[in-house]
Design a binder for this molecule. Structure first.
Ligand SMILES: [Zn+2]
Length: 138
């Protein structure tokens, strides 16, 4: 399932992942409610769990990632030989995707755009030099 399990710190509300005994942020003790204790240990009147004393278990849906439109556009541009534009767009898209808090994907498109437009630019430069040197001979 696309879910992340958290424990919510009862004192500061921070969300802690994994089995930890203390909060990463405030150092507060995280009491994780255990499976029902033996009934003899629990006084019938206080048998209900007081929610504020316990680390609440929270399930959070993982953020849905979206493909960067800019990366796709850069890739398409590189296919049509708009090399300088697609190179710039590819670099911008790649840096946006690479940000740690980014919810964008499509790094493959951004890299492909950068590589393709670089190769094509080099190709056109070589082609240009070749044409110039050939025409100079005649
Ligand atoms: Zn805390």
């Amino acid at each position: 399932m696309n879910e992340i399990k958290f424990f919510e710190c009862p004192s500061c509300g921070a969300r802690i992942t994994g089995d930890k005994k203390f909060c990463d942020y405030c150092g507060g003790k995280l009491k994780v409610p255990e499976e029902k204790k033996k009934s003899t240990e629990i006084d019938s009147q206080s048998s209900q769990v007081k929610p504020q004393e316990y680390a609440r278990t929270v399930y959070i849906q993982k953020e849905q990632k979206t493909t960067s439109g800019l990366a796709v556009a850069a890739f398409i541009m590189s296919l049509f030989n708009f090399n300088i534009i697609s190179l710039i767009m590819g670099i911008v898209a790649n840096s946006r995707i690479s940000k740690p808090d980014s919810n964008l994907t499509g790094k493959g498109f951004a890299i492909a755009a950068i590589v393709l437009s670089t190769i094509q630019t080099i190709f056109w430069i070589i082609w240009g030099i070749t044409i110039c040197s050939v025409t100079n001979y005649y």
